[in-house]
Design a protein around this ligand. Structure first.
Ligand SMILES: NC(=O)c1ccc[n+]([C@@H]2O[C@H](COP(=O)([O-])OP(=O)(O)OC[C@H]3O[C@@H](n4cnc5c(N)ncnc54)[C@H](O)[C@@H]3O)[C@@H](O)[C@H]2O)c1
Length: 345
């Protein structure tokens, strides 16, 4: 017996009045697609789900993802396929062949500078979102998980930024694409009953992150004792969420059938200025790097960002990892291992 989210129930004993159901969801192996699977968050998520014995297919076009983010040897329940999700033909061949239970659509053009410099490439990601959703609808996917972003809130008008009460002020192409993506996801639910969960990720950091993102960039510069440049006075604030907190919440949301057809902020609610972040990284790495101020960015650098993460904390049942401890964990990580020796690339 199966419910709408694909969970299985075993009828153990049944009389006219009593039915005993044992929930055996946790015993079931799901087929899961992760787009952007050679990226930072996608590759960490794949590793977790592989360990939980699900069958994972990971797709990436290596535009910002790296081969060394893939597992060093491919277990039987993992497959990697090089694929551009914005190409319908390529994606449909994979999704029609596999008929996934769940899809995590994490592929996107990312990075502040890259998205400002390449707005047309960013807008092209709308094709990928439509491709993924159409194929989810046509292949019986039970729920699609869409990686949106804190950027959809744009320049802040309310603090903390709440999933339902804070208006979406997105003006830049990257944020507009995420906003349109959310609208498509909700419309596929309305017209085709495709279940969804929208994750609005706030700055997330951890091992294997590319230097497109502020923490890994500062660490790279500090370790090389090179100048750390920050835009403007550096008093703009961000919150920083350690990757393990993001993943634990994601897995709970998947397994517990939480946040179905709803939106959730995934991020920390402890604000820090970019200047203090740079100082902390310099201190922790014993670096001689100097902090240099560049002119403020004309656009794309919000003054503050802070999520209302009440829902996330309820799901985790605890506070998030403090930044200082998360940084220690990142700094412990040595150079990544060699690229994969086997498996399909
Ligand atoms: N890391 C954060 O702090 C953060 C914050 C907000 C939102 N997000 C979102 O989370 C998702 C994952 O981000 P990340 O931090 O892991 O970035 P990332 O760059 O490490 O991962 C994105 C991956 O998508 C791949 N990709 C891009 N376009 C593709 C395409 N057309 N076809 C196939 N693969 C493609 C890239 O090669 C890369 O491996 C993205 O959608 C991003 O917008 C991340």
């Amino acid at each position: 017996m199966t419910d709408s989210q694909g969970s299985s129930f075993l009828v153990l004993h049944s009389t006219r009045h009593i039915s005993i159901f044992i929930h055996i969801n946790s015993l079931r192996m799901f087929k899961i697609l992760i787009t952007g699977g050679a990226g930072f968050i996608g590759s960490h998520l794949a590793k977790k789900l592989i360990n939980e014995k699900h069958f994972i297919v990971s797709l990436d076009n290596f535009s910002s993802g790296k081969r060394e983010n893939l597992p060093s040897s491919f277990p039987k329940n993992y497959q990697f396929i090089e694929c551009d999700v914005n190409n319908y033909q390529d994606l449909s061949a994979i999704m029609l062949a596999h008929k996934f239970d769940y899809v995590f659509h994490y592929a996107a053009v990312v990075g502040v500078q890259r998205t400002l410099d390449n707005p047309l490439m960013v807008l092209q990601d709308i094709e990928g979102i439509k491709n993924v959703l159409n194929l989810c609808k046509n292949t019986g996917v039970k729920r699609v998980f869409f990686s949106s972003s804190s950027e959809v809130y744009g320049e802040p008008v309310e603090f903390p930024q709440n999933e339902h009460t804070t208006p979406l002020n997105s003006k830049l192409p990257y944020a507009i694409v995420k906003n349109i993506g959310e609208a498509f996801v909700k419309s596929f639910k309305k017209e085709h009953d495709l279940d969804y969960t929208i994750f609005r990720f706030f700055n997330t950091y951890g091992p294997k992150q590319s230097a497109d993102f502020v923490i890994s960039k500062f660490i790279k510069l500090a370790r090389a004792n090179e100048d750390i440049t920050i835009y403007g006075d550096g008093l703009q604030t961000r919150t920083f969420c350690f990757i393990e907190d993001n993943l634990e919440a994601t897995i709970e949301i998947l397994k517990g059938k939480l946040v179905v057809n709803d939106v959730i902020n995934l991020g920390s609610d402890i604000e820090m200025t970019i200047l203090d972040l740079a100082r902390l990284v310099v201190e922790k790495t014993n670096s001689t790097s100097k902090i240099i101020h560049l002119p403020a960015l004309e656009k794309g650098d919000m003054t503050r960002r802070k999520p209302d993460n009440t829902k996330m904390k309820q799901i985790l049942g605890r506070e998030l990892l403090p930044l200082s401890e998360g940084l220690d964990r990142v700094l412990e990580v040595k150079t990544p291992p060699n690229p994969p020796q086997n498996g399909r690339l």
